[in-house]
Write a protein that binds this ligand. Structure first.
Ligand code: HEC
Ligand code: HEC
Ligand code: HEC
Ligand code: HEC
Ligand code: HEC
Ligand code: HEC
Length: 268
């Protein structure tokens, strides 16, 4: 096992860059040019999330270096599964993944060196990065990967996105995601709500609850890159949210979608 691992590692450090650099292989334009377009493709348009399958909601296709014209299939990263195992903070704060599809410059050599997916996919926390197809699975069925419907059948249901009420699943203990890689950290929650009244019109005001967010996220995931730490001071509008800003950084992509109006506009 040790030998095989060393061989694969060697392959990626020495041979793979050579193969991928060969002229016979049709090459993709540099990552900088292709990266921004991906974000638009992965986030389903508002009002469209019911057109995709529940297991596909929140799954990200990584295709900076993989896929059409490259040596290997694109990678499909399933958020639904990983969030049953770890809170968001572990990947998006501790391990440094950005909350933007296609943002990370991920190479196999780094994964084998224990970075990115390799922080867990090392044969200890999760299957080792030697079983290529389990990650490089765009458009193929991988029988070792879990069945979405089988795994989630006991989780509280919802009408949108994954059709799972993830906040309730956590409250009810149906999922017990770890708050750190070693599982030794406790989840700390801040229980304060912020009210954002909506002036005029028919929509009720918004109540933003810190509790279900801070059970999963670090303060630094939102403050102050997305929101000011003072109620009413961030210029949030629904338009900006629909464009993927403010609440729309997560809602409509991984957290419950924007069709679910009254879950945010919940003021009586
Ligand atoms: C096991 C690691 C892991 C966990 C846990 C995780 N994520 Fe992610 N997340 C990723 C990766 C990888 C990406 C893609 C980053 C990239 O392409 O550079 C991503 C991307 C995202 C994006 C961008 C999506 C898009 O379409 O642009 C959002 C939003 C996000 N994550 C939110 C969350 C939230 C909310 C949670 C917790 C409920 C969470 N993530 C848990 C690894 C994780
Ligand atoms: C734990 C998940 C995972 C496994 C297992 C895995 N990969 Fe990857 N691989 C990735 C990710 C993520 C990327 C970045 C994809 C992108 O951005 O296009 C990547 C990129 C690549 C690339 C292009 C970038 C580079 O480093 O040259 C190649 C080639 C590649 N993988 C080959 C393999 C092979 C061969 C195996 C099996 C020995 C394998 N991968 C196993 C996740 C994985
Ligand atoms: C914080 C730890 C962690 C990180 C980081 C992580 N994973 Fe995982 N992943 C897991 C665990 C735990 C499992 C389940 C264990 C197993 O099946 O061996 C898993 C399982 C998977 C599965 C199989 C899911 C199924 O349905 O069975 C895929 C595919 C996968 N990971 C891809 C990735 C890719 C691609 C990345 C990097 C972009 C990544 N993971 C990063 C912890 C992680
Ligand atoms: C998911 C995003 C998110 C996370 C994570 C988050 N907050 Fe907030 N926080 C907000 C929003 C939204 C507001 C309201 C901002 C506004 O109205 O302009 C806010 C406001 C605040 C306020 C001002 C309250 C008031 O009445 O003026 C404080 C204090 C605060 N947050 C502290 C924290 C701390 C401490 C953490 C970590 C334990 C944290 N927040 C995590 C989104 C977040
Ligand atoms: C993820 C939470 C969330 C969801 C889901 C959501 N909204 Fe909002 N909405 C907000 C926030 C936050 C504001 C800003 C409130 C303020 O002015 O402080 C807002 C503002 C608004 C406004 C006031 C005008 C404006 O553009 O700011 C309207 C109208 C509105 N939303 C309609 C809707 C409708 C209709 C839906 C469902 C299709 C919806 N919202 C879903 C969070 C949400
Ligand atoms: C950094 C990511 C992120 C941002 C930004 C964010 N949320 Fe959330 N939110 C989540 C996650 C993850 C959950 C857990 C439930 C889920 O995944 O659907 C959640 C849950 C909620 C819930 C709890 C529902 C319940 O049943 O308890 C409400 C309400 C909510 N968000 C409103 C908002 C509003 C309003 C904003 C903007 C002011 C916002 N969120 C910004 C990630 C985010």
């Amino acid at each position: 096992m040790q030998n095989r691992f060393a061989f694969v590692l060697l392959f990626f450090l020495i041979v793979a860059p050579f193969i991928t650099g060969m002229g016979a292989m049709p090459q993709k334009p540099p990552a900088e040019e292709t990266a921004p377009a991906k974000t638009e493709e992965t986030g389903p348009a508002v009002g469209m999330t019911n057109l995709i399958q529940p297991h596909e909601y929140g799954s990200i296709t990584l295709k900076r270096y993989t896929g059409e014209g490259q040596v290997i299939r694109s990678v499909v990263f399933p958020h639904w599964w990983h969030r049953t195992q770890f809170v968001c903070k572990v990947c998006h704060s501790d391990l440094g993944f950005e909350m933007k599809a296609g943002a990370g410059d991920i190479k196999m050599a780094d994964i084998f060196a224990g970075k990115w997916c390799g922080a867990c996919h090392n044969g200890t926390i999760a299957f080792a990065a030697t079983t290529c197809d389990r990650c490089h699975s765009k458009d193929i069925e991988v029988k070792e990967n879990r069945s979405f419907s089988e795994t989630t059948k006991e989780y509280p249901a919802d009408s949108y996105g994954n059709k799972i009420n993830w906040a309730a699943a956590l409250e009810q203990g149906k999922i017990k995601p770890k708050a750190s890689l070693d599982g030794k950290e406790d989840i700390l929650a801040l229980d304060i709500n912020v009210e954002r009244p909506v002036k005029g019109g028919v929509m009720p005001g918004v109540i933003y609850p810190h509790k279900p967010h801070t059970q999963l996220l670090a303060c630094g995931n939102c403050h102050t890159n997305i929101f000011e730490m003072k109620a009413g001071s961030t210029p949030i509008t629904m338009n900006k949210i629909n464009q993927g800003k403010y609440c729309g950084v997560c809602h409509g992509k991984v957290a419950f979608p924007l069709e679910d109006c009254f879950r945010c506009h919940s003021k009586k």
